[in-house]
Design a protein around this ligand. Structure first.
Ligand SMILES: [Zn+2]
Length: 109
């Protein structure tokens, strides 16, 4: 307690922001696929101005001047088959299959 508390007495301190301190704003225009335009004022100090903004029609508006982001390559999902192939070759698998078939047939007869 002490230093940190000084000057931050709740109730007596005004938290109103001085209008003169407002960060400058940048008008960002978004255009949706239906050619609707939405203009949003973002603080240019904002960490990140979104590249898209939902349009009133439901479509996503794309920030003007922004290239449509390349769709990232879908990550290859390893299937059980891929994992199997990492451990065994097709030849090995065929041998195993043959073995299993012989085993099953021997049991069935
Ligand atoms: Zn729209």
């Amino acid at each position: 307690m002490g230093e940190a508390m000084r000057g931050s007495r709740l109730g007596s301190t005004s938290y109103e922001v001085d209008p003169g301190l407002y960060a400058p704003r940048e008008l960002t225009t978004y255009v949706c696929k239906n050619q609707h335009r939405v203009t949003m004022p973002f603080s240019i100090e904002a960490d990140e101005i979104p590249d898209s903004w939902p349009c009133a029609c439901g479509a996503a508006g794309l920030r003007q001047g922004v290239q449509r982001q390349p769709v990232p390559e879908p990550k290859h999902v390893r299937t059980h088959w891929d994992m199997l192939l990492e451990r065994r070759s097709i030849k090995e698998l065929q041998d195993i299959l043959k073995e299993r078939l012989q085993f099953v047939r021997a049991k069935a007869s």
